[in-house]
Write a new protein. Structure first.
Length: 265
């Protein structure tokens, strides 16, 4: 039997820390076909691997190293390696999503961008006790993607919320204790749906952020600030019941907790 193999070389991006960071994004490899011959008529076997339009490995490494499983962020540690974070953000600017990208690729790109930029915003003002110590934090335009300067408000309200998935509110992080905890890994197109489901269940059932009983719930102000997003397929109670481990009555009383803006460190 003669087996012909085609080896796929995965492009690597070399990142250099400096004041001006340039990042090269390689084009995705084509799907490779492997031909198998055993003196029978040749049969073509397709080797299918997920190929994403953007590689989030650099941000994934930062999150795994400096963010705990509970979502606490070691800002001092990230600041000691700040160039890596800025290089990742610079690489985002070299490969903006296009119409050909899948919903999962776009969600992963923009949620990772939001979280990376939020960390960068904190580091620009660190040390501090709260993101609210920064003047107009969500309106600062520090980040250039392509030919445009972005702020956090624009990414959240004009891009992510318009994608029609309320779970994004559990994926993006405002660097505060009452926010859904920052995930200690990057979002990936292949598992972003599972990641958002996990984060939704984790946040809704977290007694430090929400209190849920069958006839009364006291929940985060996220659910009133973005009420429209959580009511696209029913009531707020309907949404909560998809993820809550406690079944909530449709007539349950709903109250909203005060928001703790203390830095998530």
């Amino acid at each position: 039997m003669v087996i012909t193999e085609t080896r796929v070389e995965i492009p690597q991006t070399v990142i250099t820390e400096s004041e001006e960071v340039e990042t090269t994004i390689s084009e995705p490899e084509e799907v490779v076909e492997v031909a198998v011959s055993n003196n029978e008529p040749e049969e073509v076997v397709e080797v299918i691997e997920e190929v994403s339009n953007f590689n989030h490995d650099a941000f994934d490494s930062i999150l795994k190293k400096y963010v705990s499983r509970e979502g606490n962020v070691n800002y001092s540690g990230i600041k000691s390696n700040w160039g890596s974070l800025r290089a990742y953000i610079a690489s985002l600017g070299q490969s903006l999503p296009t119409a050909t990208w899948s919903q999962e690729e776009k969600l992963s790109y923009w949620m990772n961008a939001y979280n990376a930029m939020t960390i960068d915003l904190i580091l620009r003002n660190y040390p501090l006790e709260s993101i609210k110590d920064i003047k107009d934090p969500w309106d600062q335009r520090f980040w250039k993607l392509g030919n445009k300067w972005y702020n956090l408000n624009e990414i959240e309200h004009e891009i992510l919320r318009k994608m029609g998935d309320a779970r994004i509110h559990f994926g993006i992080n405002c660097a505060s204790f009452s926010c859904p905890p920052l995930l200690n890994e990057a979002f990936r197109p292949s598992k972003v749906d599972a990641q958002l489901d996990m984060l939704s269940r984790k946040f809704i059932n977290d007694p430090t952020r929400n209190t849920i009983t069958s006839d009364r719930v006291e929940v985060s102000k996220i659910f009133t600030w973005f009420a429209k997003d959580f009511k696209t397929d029913g009531s707020l109670i309907d949404f909560l019941n998809r993820y809550s481990t406690t079944s909530i009555s449709e007539n349950a009383r709903v109250r909203y907790r005060d928001y703790d803006w203390t830095l998530n460190k």
